[in-house]
Write a protein that binds this ligand. Structure first.
Ligand code: NIG
Ligand code: FE
Length: 422
């Protein structure tokens, strides 16, 4: 493990403002409830072992015990819950970034064998051990930036061997990670070259050969598919989701990034946990989502990086939906997993209020990984995954100061990350 965690059984933080303070059974926040971000000013919080034990206002502060910190008025947040990442990959793709600056589109680069296929080629050449080490380092960086729960997808393998290699790396990460990880099987991310003339053959490989192994070895929690023109059709998405459901794996799918094709309706019909991207979404789809429990997850770093348009967050929230934010960390469309930046983008580019964006990146993010009983808010009994901010005048300053390192000290499982190594 790269991270050094100070060994503490009791932690008391005094003179702080606690952000996102909730009762235990608070469920995902929809529509106007996203605006409410409960805070407790002039407060203390006590953690015991890996859990939040208690908190209150300073007039009831317990006597010093264990490790005591004076926050000097700084804020304590629950850690970010990042429900959509592609953290395991072989290499960054900055050459494609340059190609795009020079005028090529993401789709054009992909059609020429770049993009996801480029990542697949590089992944093939990398050993499982190297892949694990690179991903582990990235995970550490994300933890240091305040992420306290994360989802990671496969999808750069695009062969039986490659997909299993990725999923095994994720499983190993789960074992060593101090934060919870959920794994999604994204074998249907792009069509591999070897199956160019044989789509059914590849779907058959994913569904009939890989899924049984994945289920047996418990290599994934969810299934995913890139439902998009030039990638996978709605019928294929439906087939993948139905197959996943057969093995008890719910779907979290990529859909409506560039086109609206019916992926959302198919996801609803298959009891998906979330539909992610939604840069392009129409009224009928929004209406369908309001009559479902499927979580709309927005990934503003991707349109930011691709200079594309942003999802209509305001329209989704105003329709009463439980909008969620995640980073989409990946080498092609979002080479950053910084959730503070995602929150800033949500406010600057999608007109989400700071309170809405913070709710979407914490409690709703936890729900989009089915982790809301243990993560996503400052709640007695939940895991003590928290961060302490730099001094800032108000909560709105977090997205406002968008280049600042607002996350100062990080607490994972009640343990303070060693400052020396942060
Ligand atoms: O979420 N949209 C599909 N998948 C990723 C991009 C993958 C890549 O370009 O490597 C995304 O944006
Ligand atoms: Fe993605």
């Amino acid at each position: 493990m790269f991270l050094y965690l100070c060994n503490m059984t009791e932690l008391l933080i005094k003179n702080t403002t606690l952000v996102q303070v909730r009762e235990h059974n608070t469920s995902i926040l929809k529509g106007e409830l996203l605006r409410e971000l409960p805070i407790l000013e002039n407060a203390w919080i006590r953690c015991q072992d890996d859990r939040i034990l208690d908190f209150g206002t300073m007039d009831s502060c317990p006597p010093d015990h264990g490790h005591v910190m004076d926050a000097k008025g700084r804020f304590v947040f629950p850690s970010w819950c990042d429900s959509h990442t592609h953290l395991v990959f072989a290499a960054y793709r900055e050459q494609e970034f340059v190609q795009r600056i020079s005028g090529m589109s993401y789709a054009e680069i992909a059609a020429k064998g770049g993009g996801i296929l480029n990542s697949a080629r590089r992944l093939r050449a990398m050993s499982e051990a190297e892949l694990f080490q690179a991903a582990h380092q990235r995970l550490d960086q994300l933890i240091k930036s305040g992420t306290g729960a994360i989802e990671i997808k496969s999808g750069y393998g695009l062969s039986a061997e490659g997909e299993l290699k990725m999923l095994r790396v994720i499983k190993k990460l789960k074992k060593v990670s101090p934060i919870p990880i959920k794994a999604s099987f994204l074998g249907a991310h792009a069509l591999p070259k070897a199956f160019k003339e044989n789509r059914e053959g590849y779907m058959n490989l994913l569904i009939n050969e890989l899924l049984p192994i994945i289920a047996k070895e418990e290599l994934a929690d969810y299934v995913d598919i890139f439902c998009e023109k030039g990638f996978y059709s709605v019928a294929e998405a439906a087939e993948m989701m139905a197959a996943g459901n057969k093995y008890g794996l719910r779907a979290k799918i990529h859909t409506n990034q560039f086109n609206s094709m019916g992926g959302i309706q198919a996801a609803i019909a298959h009891n998906a946990l979330s539909v992610d991207h939604l840069e392009v979404v129409n009224e009928a789809e929004i209406l369908a989502l309001t009559n479902s429990n499927v979580i709309p997850t927005l990934l503003p770093s991707a349109p930011f990086f691709l200079q594309d348009h942003y999802p209509p967050a305001r329209q989704l929230i105003d329709a009463g939906l439980p909008v969620t934010l995640a980073s989409d960390f990946n080498p092609g469309t979002s080479p950053s997993g910084k959730m503070a930046f995602v929150v800033a983008l949500a406010c600057i580019k999608m007109k989400m209020l700071p309170n809405e964006a913070i709710n979407a990146a914490t409690l709703n993010g936890a729900a989009a990984m089915e982790l809301e009983n243990d993560y996503g808010s400052i709640t007695k009994g939940k895991k003590a995954n928290l961060f302490i901010t730099q001094p800032m005048p108000s909560i709105a300053y977090l997205p406002y100061g968008f280049t600042e390192e607002i996350v100062d000290q990080v607490i994972v499982n009640g343990q303070l990350l060693s400052k020396a190594l942060v």
